[in-house]
Ligand binder design. Sequence first.
Ligand SMILES: NC(=O)c1ccc[n+]([C@@H]2O[C@H](COP(=O)([O-])OP(=O)(O)OC[C@H]3O[C@@H](n4cnc5c(N)ncnc54)[C@H](O)[C@@H]3O)[C@@H](O)[C@H]2O)c1
Length: 437
Amino acid sequence: MKKRKIASAKGKLGVLIPGFCGAISTTLIGGVEVVNAGEGKPIGSLTQMGRIRLGKRNDKRNPLIKDFVPLVGLEDLVFGGWDIFDENLYESAKKAAVLDPTQIERLRSRLDARHPMTAVFDRKFVKNLTGPHIKNGKNKYDLAMQLIDDIEKFKEDNGLDRAVMIWCASTEIYIKECEVHSTLAKFEKGMKDNHPAIAPSMLYVYAALKCGVPFINGAPNLGVAIPAMVELAKKQGVPIAGSDYKTGQTLMKTILAPGLKSRALGIRGWFSTNILGNRDGEVLDDPASFKTKEVSKLSVLESILQPGIYPDLYKDLYHKVTINYYPPRGDNKEGWDNVDIFGWLGYPMQIKMDFLCRDSILAAPLALDLVLFMDLAKRAGLSGIQEWLSFYFKSPVHAKEVYAENDLFVQLEKFENNLRHLMGETLITHLGVEYYK
Ligand SMILES: NC(=O)c1ccc[n+]([C@@H]2O[C@H](COP(=O)([O-])OP(=O)(O)OC[C@H]3O[C@@H](n4cnc5c(N)ncnc54)[C@H](O)[C@@H]3O)[C@@H](O)[C@H]2O)c1
């Protein structure tokens, strides 16, 4: 197999973050500082800690992923972004209260000077949030142009050739895909006409792609998934990926559901509930924002279990997901699952799961990996939807003619084979017959 031509990872990489002062962003930026200072390990990050098997099982080739594919080093990341609050990162990290206060104090000198750029924000799209650090514009097109100016200035000020944008801002209200999203021409006209179905998140995607900057969508907003943005990404030769980081409860679901299906066990009901007390929880307390999240969370079981072709096992599955805003827990979410399953002759059984997790501790390494892989994708000349990264998302963006692949194990195989393919290594089929000849 031929190795793909990949441009060098040398030089600094800009990481542009809408939601710069939020919990994930500050945990990511603070965390990278901690890792670079040798004071902590990047646990949860496949690019930093993971290995990949190459060749046969007995070849004993298992390099670290970061030694196998050419990724930018953590010391070469330059962070910047936008937020509706004009706080420095030290203040924001204290408010987010994810990292330990003593750790935040140790980081103070490195976080103090970093402020966000003014955001594109419209309260119609995030009802439970308001902030003063917001751009004014003639229309939505004008706002997108201001974001483009910001990106160019950020690159120039920091002497950057390359950048990646990653959405770590709030989840917006549920929007149904409609005519204005269907082509780039209609979308551009819609921005000038202030079309109500064009959300701020879409303006960030548009600005990034116009600047040749790959875009990652960490929230369930439509963002990169609309045909107009897929068209723009292709036209500009820029990779896009999304949507909605697969971190806690949904990660567990996409581990457990394929396992049950692999044994032909039936599922009658899956009840999931959460308590969460951070700002994300507050935003999701608004039913319109929660609807966006709910659609993303509910979609995974259907595509994994395929009730259409397994009616006896999954046709009657009742799937319910709720999130309850509960301030005392802060970022330390608790997710409960009750799964009603059935086995031989239909006899019922139950599985109970209680995951006491930390939302941003789970999300920050995903955000880091996605930034590094999307920069790799751009340097390798890949453009449009990067389905091989669906491993990281609850609601993977995918080609219209196929269903989304949500099974974590299929996603992992796809992801690893894509890395092998990029580097000209033999793909691993797990056939195994070669050992018994
Ligand atoms: N933590 C997880 O496990 C996880 C998993 C999947 C998805 N997400 C999503 O990731 C996003 C970030 O999560 P978080 O916990 O960091 O949330 P957060 O509320 O702590 O941070 C979001 C930040 O975005 C800012 N913001 C809102 N709208 C903006 C805009 N238009 N432009 C610029 N800034 C804007 C807010 O002021 C806030 O500082 C949320 O949408 C969340 O639903 C999180």
